[in-house]
Design a protein around this ligand. Structure first.
Ligand code: PMP
Ligand code: GLU
Length: 397
């Protein structure tokens, strides 16, 4: 057999998807694994969105779609930005893709040349670093402090920018930390970015509606850097539509056109049926998202209380998304019989084998002393997971 590309040997598998696959396999073998490794709402897609998809099938939305997305969907995305974020975009600045993940990939491939640096405030979402590597860029993690709620400071950002920097990429609300930047914090970061007009910033706002602070702010609201910002968002999290695969990006026309060009050679336009469903989702208000947010907040408080009772878990209080990201290095060096825990990956495997709870090691998020715990599941399963973890961890000494 011929050899695989260097690109593929340098690429890591998505750790979130890997751990979920592993727990699915164990479940199929009859083990009762509680899968807290994949971040996705456990709610079904709201009925009116499903109805729109059924209607689209009956109305024969069966043809190739425009590469950039249906015009009415792009218009609805513009109306959403105006209504919810006070931001004016025209459809030419919007590209609809097969999930927010593809939007990020398109943007990075459009902007990053081989050897360019991309600043990633760490902890960052798993796929950022690997997407940058696929574009042959260099991920440059900038470690943030738990004491600063894992947010990058303007001084840290200024220090990290070099002539090789092309892009800064972050999410707020953040996966994995749940941190949410305030309008003032974004304004201060924007002031630094405005001094470097050659740099782009990718603002991943996919968890916009799962925010417990009462207000979502976009760095794009800072006029001085508006032409440098690319917003990524989508319907996966806000409307419980992870499997429908619709995301979108808003940015300068040149970037949007570049993304359209890439997409046109890779996947073409996103699924017709999913786009009609996304149109119904985006144009019908956020009542479902607000309802889900209530459940997520209740579950957050539940798991903070339950995990907080486990000695050795150092927790911050997330303000959005649906993850806890405890610091767990106090378990490193501990043993259960012959089994020794040396790192977060081994702790996750220990918990999978002894507690049948599936989590993700922080390494893939640029934070090797942490583990990620998704609380997007029922109160009963969360309570059971915490009890099993507590028992398994108590057996380490
Ligand atoms: N960004 C972040 C921060 C995410 O957590 C996810 C979830 N997978 C994505 C992007 C990708 O979203 P999608 O499922 O729409 O591709
Ligand atoms: N965003 C989710 C997560 O972080 C989905 C998994 C993925 O796309 O990697 O778990």
């Amino acid at each position: 057999m011929g050899s695989l590309s260097g690109r593929i040997s340098h690429l890591s598998e998505s750790e979130t998807l890997k751990m979920s696959k592993l727990s699915r396999e164990l479940n199929a073998k009859g083990f009762d694994v509680i899968n807290l490794s994949l971040g996705e709402p456990d709610f079904p897609t709201p009925t009116h969105i499903k109805e729109a998809a059924k209607k689209a099938i009956d109305e024969n939305y069966s043809y190739y779609t425009p590469v950039a997305g249906y015009q009415d969907l792009r218009e609805a995305v513009c109306a959403k930005f105006k209504r919810e974020n006070g931001l004016s975009y025209s459809p030419a600045e919007i590209i609809v893709s097969t999930g927010a993940k593809q939007s990020i990939y398109n943007a990075v491939l459009s902007i990053v040349n081989p050897g360019d640096d991309v600043i990633l405030p760490a902890p960052y979402w798993v796929s950022y670093a690997e997407i940058v590597r696929m574009a042959e860029g260099n991920p440059v993690p900038v470690k943030t402090a738990i004491g600063n709620d894992f947010k990058i400071t303007p001084a840290q950002l200024e220090k990290a920018i070099t002539p090789r920097t092309r892009l800064i990429m972050f999410s707020s609300p953040c996966n994995p930390t749940g941190s949410v930047y305030s309008a003032d914090e974004l304004k201060d970061l924007a002031a630094v970015i405005s001094m470097h007009p050659e740099i782009f910033v990718l603002s991943d706002e996919i968890y916009e509606h799962i925010n417990f602070t009462g207000s979502h702010n976009s760095i794009a609201s800072n006029d001085a850097i508006r032409g440098q910002v690319i917003i990524v968002n989508g319907v996966s999290k806000s409307f419980a539509m992870t499997g429908w695969r619709i995301g979108y990006l808003a940015g300068p026309v040149a970037v949007a056109a570049a993304c359209e060009k890439i997409q046109g050679q890779v996947t073409s336009g996103a699924s017709s049926i999913s786009q009609r469903a996304a149109l119904a989702a985006i144009s019908s208000g956020n009542a479902p998202a607000l309802e889900m947010r209530k459940s997520f907040l209740r579950r957050r408080d539940l798991v903070i209380r339950l995990l907080g009772e486990i000695p050795g878990m150092n927790l911050n209080i997330p303000q959005g998304a649906f993850y806890l990201f405890p610091e767990i290095s106090s378990f490193f060096g501990k043993r259960n019989g012959n089994e020794k825990i040396n790192n977060a990956g081994e702790l996750c495997m220990y918990l999978l084998n002894h507690a049948r709870v599936s989590l993700v090691a922080g390494d893939a998020f640029g934070a090797p002393e942490h583990i990620r715990f998704s609380y997007a599941t029922s109160d009963e399963r969360l309570t059971e997971a915490a009890a099993r973890m507590q028992k398994a961890l108590a057996e380490l000494s």
